[in-house]
Design a protein. Structure first.
Length: 326
């Protein structure tokens, strides 16, 4: 039986501080096929945590996309999130632990993980493990976005063919807030929002609003929240009229052009460069996410971080919360 990445990397992850139980992951990332509509739906179902999911759950996302791609009943894959938000990426409580940082104050617990630990986890789980199957899917992909679309969920939106969003939707990667302008998939950033906006967001760590995202090409269409589900269903229905062969051949040709424009190299910047970001050296006076999280807890640490900048650059709204995006 094929082992999961969680099984393969268990010896180097700090699994005591991570969720890897397949049954739990399946509850947080649900899957349903509507054969009549030719739609497979992947639903993030952890609204009490703003749909932040365990790191190991991203592998499940990639596996489900591959399953849908080989299912001839399916022409369209739709990503949705329960509650007020599409999703806020990886559970911030697990950040650092997935590359081997451990709790405690002894020398072994505080030891910096090796580069080989960082490379495998970043490539196999948080990059190629779920974004690549979406980017290279030969079925059409649609994101149904409301509220926060941060971190790994933002990577899904960048990778998808179509993004339908509500006016309150906000898009960015909070890794910029944790670690500075951390490497991401530079190809899709530049293709979707352009170099100028990419630099703006990465350097200031602000989010992109839905209307700005529509102007820049990240968002396909902005619709009111009470119309969101209908618009996504209508888009899926329009796509499903197409013969499956035509759809998959068309997506294949798109892949050829994307490779010619640098998709493969751009994707590598995400996982090769991520080792730098998670090995950043903090100087005296720098805001240190891992230290702040350890001493204050996630919610307070990120609330304090937001207060360091003007409201335009903040990632959270005015409501206090104990959950955080990653």
């Amino acid at each position: 039986m094929k082992k999961s990445e969680a099984d393969l990397l268990e010896h180097q992850w700090d699994v005591e501080n991570m969720e890897t139980d397949p049954e739990v992951l399946a509850r947080y990332v649900r899957y349903h096929v509507d054969e009549e509509r030719a739609v497979a739906t992947i639903t993030f179902d952890r609204p009490d945590r703003l749909n932040a999911i365990p790191v190991a759950a991203f592998e499940r996302v990639g596996d489900l996309v591959r399953e849908a791609e080989t299912d001839d009943r399916v022409k369209v894959i739709v990503f949705t999130g329960e509650g007020d938000h599409f999703g806020t990426g990886a559970d911030a409580a697990e950040l650092g632990h997935y590359i081997g940082y451990r709790n405690g104050t002894d020398k072994e617990s505080r030891r910096r993980p090796s580069q080989r630990q960082r490379i495998l986890a970043d490539r196999n789980v948080l990059s190629s493990g779920f974004t690549r199957p979406i980017i290279e899917s030969l079925k059409a992909t649609i994101c149904q976005v409301q509220g926060y679309c941060y971190g790994g969920h933002f990577q899904i939106a960048l990778s998808a063919d179509i993004v339908i969003a509500t006016p309150d939707a906000k898009f960015t990667h909070p890794a910029f807030r944790y670690l500075g302008p951390a490497p991401q998939d530079m190809y899709h950033w530049i293709e979707k929002v352009g170099l100028t906006t990419m630099k703006d967001v990465m350097l200031t760590m602000r989010a992109i609003g839905a209307e700005e995202g529509e102007r820049k090409g990240l968002v396909t269409k902005v619709v009111e929240r009470d119309e969101l589900e209908k618009w996504v269903a209508d888009y899926a229905a329009a796509i499903a009229v197409m013969p499956l062969d035509s759809l998959m051949m068309g997506k294949s040709m798109m892949q050829v052009l994307m490779e010619a424009r640098g998709k493969g190299l751009g994707a590598m910047t995400g996982w090769v460069g991520h080792g730098w970001a998670t090995n950043v050296s903090f100087e005296e006076g720098d805001w240190n996410f891992l230290k702040e999280r350890r001493e204050k807890g996630i919610g307070q640490a990120l609330a304090d971080r937001d207060r360091l900048v003007a409201p335009y650059f903040r990632l959270s709204d005015s409501r206090s919360r104990e959950d955080a995006e990653g």
